[in-house]
Design a protein around this ligand. Structure first.
Ligand code: PLP
Length: 427
């Protein structure tokens, strides 16, 4: 690392070369192993003052965040991203996104406060949740008549966008059980009711489900939106806003972003050729997943009978291993429960020719639900070794706890000199 700069009050390492996460995680772990860890820490972590040499840490690769932004601009140049803050509220990431011109989708008063606290203008926020308490955010979604009445009473100058239910049932987290008006029957009634109440509807929104696996859902949703735009216009609404929601992939686990963006671009060309319609989306995992690499330490390892892991008599007498890491399901790996993820870690320093052993990887708490990986064939590791989990930024820290007194991982931010030069003046 050549030097450090601040983003807000957070220390960011500036490197001469582009950041390669694996290499940098290795270098950081080396520093930990030599107890020279304080030099790498953000001011927030230094304030914690409880850093142990084997604490789990997160590398936040801001080069990767800029790459995601470039990819978005290349593939969907006419769709404005409103980052879904719920996915990861890391303030340094939010500052960089804001500097790049990304806007924000907030779901609560707290999320709005975080975004406002970094100097973002309220006009750059969409309020995409029914529990609306902040009157100065004007652009908001709704999906039922009761909510419409509430909005009229509490936010009578709001700009409204009904959310329709169009789902990819194969998405990692389908959302339509809870949200969205049926596009054929309920949505036209909402448009009519809004007109009758004198409330202007400005467009249509949808969310095909987080972690979309079938991009035809976007095409179907955009076609419904077109029909509802025409219906709304015929009723006297001024329809000019289309919100494509989230669902975009964060990493390797879903279909490629290029596949989704090709379908969306084709559908927008067909159904919304008029450039006067403002098209936005609310990507969460697309931006947040990749920049975050988690490195957790094996705080304990125990040899067991492999049969205890596989529950298969044929493994009686074979060696198995149980590992206990210093981050788990109550921490960053809550994504296993809430985001249906199967994280795949790998040893930071693989030993050449090492034989794979049947293994279970546990988190640190006293709960047996706290299991990260099971029945995993992995080379034998020892207490003090490191395991790396890439793409750990989406729906991880956002819902993590300090249950049992286990602290969240320490955050270390890095960016290359070239990328720093492109964003420094915008921050
Ligand atoms: N917008 C809304 C309203 C959401 O509920 C969510 C996620 O649940 C998102 C955007 C972000 O979705 P994703 O992370 O799939 O991009």
């Amino acid at each position: 690392c050549s030097r450090r700069e601040l983003i807000g009050d957070i220390k960011v390492e500036i490197h001469d070369d582009p950041i390669i996460a694996e290499e940098m995680v290795e270098a950081l772990a080396n520093k930990y192993d030599s107890e020279d860890v304080h030099n790498s820490l953000s001011s927030v972590d230094v304030k914690r003052m409880s850093v142990e040499i084997d604490d789990a840490f997160l590398l936040i690769n801001l080069d990767a965040l800029l790459e995601r932004f470039k990819l978005w601009k290349r593939e969907l140049p006419h769709v404005e991203p409103f980052y879904a803050v719920k996915c990861n509220t890391d303030v340094t990431m939010l500052r960089v996104l804001a500097a790049l011109g990304v806007n924000f989708d907030c779901a609560s008063k707290q999320e709005i406060d975080i975004v406002l606290s970094i100097g973002v203008d309220p006009s750059r926020i969409i309020y995409a949740n029914p529990c609306k308490t902040r009157a100065f955010i004007k652009l908001m979604t709704f999906d039922n008549a009761e909510e419409l009445e509430k909005i009229q009473e509490l936010h009578n100058s709001a700009r409204l966008v009904p959310r329709i239910a169009v789902s990819d049932p194969t998405a990692t987290c389908p959302l339509n059980l809870k949200f969205g008006a049926d596009p054929v029957h309920a949505a036209p009634k909402l448009l009519a009711k809004a007109k009758q109440m004198g409330v202007n509807v400005e467009g249509i929104s949808f969310h095909v489900g987080s972690g979309c696996n079938d991009c035809s859902a976007y095409e179907i949703a955009i076609a419904h939106a077109r029909r509802l735009f025409d219906l709304g216009e015929a009723m006297g609404h001024h329809m000019n806003f289309l919100d494509l929601g989230g669902g975009f992939p964060g990493g390797k686990h879903h279909i490629a972003f290029e596949q989704i963006s090709a379908v969306i671009s084709g559908a927008l060309c067909r159904y919304f050729p008029d450039p006067a319609v403002r098209v936005v989306a609310e990507p969460g995992r697309f931006f947040a997943a990749r920049p975050f690499t988690l490195c957790a330490n094996v705080i304990h390892s125990t040899a067991v009978n492999a049969e205890r892991i596989t529950h298969n008599d044929k493994d009686i007498g074979s060696k198995g291993m149980m590992y206990y890491l210093n981050d788990g399901v109550y921490g960053s790996f809550n994504c296993i429960l809430f985001d249906h993820v199967h994280p795949k870690g790998h040893p930071l320093r693989p030993k050449e020719g090492a034989e794979a052993v049947m293994s279970t990887i546990w988190g640190p708490t006293c709960d047996s639900l706290d299991q990260i990986e099971d029945k995993k064939m992995m080379e034998e590791m020892s207490t003090g070794d490191w395991i790396v989990y890439p793409e750990m930024g989406a729906y991880t820290s956002a819902a993590s706890t300090t249950f049992n007194g286990f602290q969240r991982p320490i955050a270390i931010y890095a960016i290359s000199q070239a990328n720093w030069e492109t964003i420094a003046d915008l921050l």
